[in-house]
Design a protein. Structure first.
Length: 363
């Protein structure tokens, strides 16, 4: 294990998903963590989970404060922490950076000790009970210079990201907000809008739902109050994208009215081009995979047996998608492997009694 650069005590303000996950990850590294939260319930859960401890009268001065407060109050909390801990570096993990930086600057706080940051990690569930020490592993962690951040402050926050297993990425505040509007905030709105159409859907229609609908609407289960604050804080970039999406939808409606197959095809083709630009495994260039679909009995231990036998054969699994067959005691496991591995995978699995449901190539 690499030496831990982050030194305690680290003060974590806010014990929701991110704050508690940061506490758990630091405690796993034996870093002293002090927790604070105006919600006694949330704080109590985080303490019981072992994410940190309460402050004590004889505590040494904190060197780092991590503010994991809701977006509508994060700037106020950052400014207060900078004042209360004059020797500490203060960072926040809010998902919007420009408005927070501007509000902290307007407060007159010391920007040399403030560094904005944003770990690109999360879950549909919120609150401390959803926290995980491994939440940040291999995930990008954006680091944003306040415009006056000292080199020491930037290094402190970068070291925190590295210690928690994340990959530091340096961006300016405006570039960050434009980027997350595209890859996070717009998808959240789109997923919520699609899922909202299911409220009035007939039960017999919902009975036909498959993995495609689940994939499309997965993030629609996110916390409504949290996301209202995020979207409001990044209103400009999100609005611009939504206007473009509205224009695209108008073109789809027009193509449907006109019966234009070419117009409808262009919509799907544009989506193909967009999907092809999503980074692949480990953030690298997208790669084409071959997919083998296997029938898996819906009984304990069967999926584990499948994965073990793939590993025993020396075949690396690039991705895995599970789908249950409605009303059937089996599921479908779509196994993505590198081109050239399909023949051997099919042979190994067939010899061990697995039923192959199909093979195809995915970009």
């Amino acid at each position: 294990m690499s030496p831990v650069a982050t030194r305690g005590p680290v003060r974590v303000v806010g014990t929701g998903l991110l704050g508690t996950s940061i506490g758990l990850a630091l405690r796993a590294l034996d870093v002293d963590v002090v927790l604070a939260d105006p919600s006694r319930t949330s704080l109590g859960i985080a303490l019981d989970m072992g994410a940190g401890r309460l402050p004590a009268a004889d505590d040494a001065p904190v060197a780092l404060v991590v503010v994991a407060a809701p977006p509508d109050v994060v700037a106020e909390v950052v400014a207060a922490e900078l004042e209360a801990h004059p020797d500490a570096v203060v960072t926040d993990v809010a998902s919007v950076k420009t408005s927070v930086r501007d509000a902290v600057a307007a407060s007159g706080a010391d920007l040399t000790r403030y560094v904005g940051s944003h770990p690109m990690a999360g879950r549909e569930r919120s609150g401390p009970t959803a926290a995980q020490a491994e939440l940040f592993a291999a995930r990008p962690w954006v680091i944003v210079d306040s415009g006056s951040s000292s080199d020491e402050a930037l290094l402190t926050v970068r070291s925190l990201a590295v210690d928690l297993g994340a990959v530091p990425v340096t961006m300016d505040a405006e570039g960050h907000d434009d980027a997350v509007a595209t890859v996070s905030h717009l998808p959240q709105v789109a997923a919520s809008l699609v899922a909202a159409r299911l409220v009035a859907a007939r039960p017999e229609a919902l009975a036909l739902a498959g993995q495609g609908l689940r994939d499309t609407t997965r993030i629609a289960a996110s916390d409504a109050r949290l996301w209202a604050g995020i979207l409001a804080a990044n209103a400009g970039p999100v609005r611009e994208l939504l206007v473009g999406l509205r224009e695209d939808l108008d073109r789809v409606v027009a193509a449907l009215d006109e019966g234009s197959l070419a117009g409808l095809a262009r919509v799907v083709e544009a989506g193909n081009l967009g999907v092809a630009r999503i980074p692949g495994k480990h953030g690298g260039a997208p790669r084409a995979f071959e997919v083998v679909t296997v029938l898996v009995p819906d009984t304990p231990g069967e999926l584990a047996r499948l994965l073990t036998e793939i590993g025993d054969a020396g075949i690396n699994l690039e991705d895995l998608l599970l789908e249950h067959s409605p009303g059937q005691p089996v599921g479908l496991a779509s196994l993505s492997v590198l081109p050239g591995s399909t023949g051997r995978l099919v042979e190994v699995l067939a010899n061990r009694g697995w039923r192959i449901a199909g093979e195809e190539q995915h970009a």
